[in-house]
Design a protein around this ligand. Structure first.
Ligand code: KMH
Ligand code: ZN
Length: 274
């Protein structure tokens, strides 16, 4: 089985210090959390950025500041900025990090409710626009799918030339408004992608570690981090993103799965070496 790629979603746009005091807002805090995740075994950092007061932003300058600061400390890490941003942002606002020199970015493949009255909007034309931008800029998309219908959208837009192979999916499971996070949901999603595609799983909240185990066993990859879950176990807050990554590394070891470093992750995902 291929080595396991661990992605750390260290920050997100919605989770706050009120949920876990270790959630990073400042550049220094973002570097601290990225380093803790890398040291524990993550090879990809899924990056959202905030202003110092915690407000989410897609500001290009803020992304550059954070990416440069992370790369200064961890030169080989893969940084995958969000183009999802936060609910309510415009397309061009969301696309700002793609103007930077980045290797990967998220590409959200459909619209869904996002808790309460929020709707995370990604129309077909939006996905085409984002996909085209990533092709032009040589950025590998991670296809964020919150439901099975979004897999179908991604496959259709691949056929139309807006998303290039090799396809790499992220099953985001357990969002209020998307697919659940039970094993049968995982089997359904996993069985719905082409045989030559790769995938990672991001289980929200209590789904994080059970779905990590499912993916470890199945040969998929795993995403953990404060964006999805702030608990190391029931009632115990994680002290860092590194603690969440370390738990996945322990689980992988139990099932005989080795961990990929960033160079190996690039190879598995069909990306250019650094
Ligand atoms: N913050 C969510 C509305 C992504 O990073 O591409 C969207 C999100 C997905 O987090
Ligand atoms: Zn995200």
């Amino acid at each position: 089985m291929e080595k396991l790629i661990i992605t750390a979603a260290i920050c997100g746009a919605e989770v706050l210090k009120e949920h876990n005091p270790a959630v990073p807002y400042t550049v220094a805090e973002i570097v601290r959390e990225a380093k803790s995740a890398y040291d524990a075994g993550a090879s990809i950092i899924h990056l959202h950025v905030r202003y110092d007061d915690g407000t989410p932003t897609q500001d290009k300058a803020r992304f550059k500041e954070c990416i440069d600061a992370i790369k200064n400390v961890i030169p080989d890490i893969i940084i995958m900025p969000s183009t999802g941003g936060a609910v309510g942002m415009t397309n061009d606002e969301r696309l700002q990090p793609t103007e930077l020199d980045i290797e990967m970015a998220t590409l959200d493949c459909g619209t869904c409710n996002f808790g309460g009255d929020d709707v995370f909007t990604n129309t077909e034309n939006t996905i085409k626009y984002f996909g085209q931008r990533m092709i032009e800029r040589g950025i590998k998309p991670e296809l964020e799918v919150f439901d099975k219908s979004m897999i179908e959208m991604a496959l259709r837009l691949h056929k139309k030339g807006f998303i290039n192979k090799p396809l790499h999916f992220d099953f985001v499971m357990g969002v209020n408004g998307g697919i659940g996070g039970d094993l049968r949901d995982f089997v359904f999603m996993r069985g719905s992608i082409p045989a030559d595609a790769t995938y990672t799983v991001a289980g929200i909240g209590r789904y994080e570690f059970p779905l990590a185990v499912a993916s470890i066993i199945d040969g998929g990859h795993v995403r953990v981090g404060f964006e999805d879950n702030v608990y190391l176990e029931k009632g115990v807050l994680a002290k860092s993103n590194g603690e969440l990554v370390a738990k996945v590394v322990r689980l992988a070891k139990e099932f005989g799965r080795e961990i990929a470093n960033p160079a190996e992750a690039r190879q598995i995902l069909g990306m250019k070496p650094l």
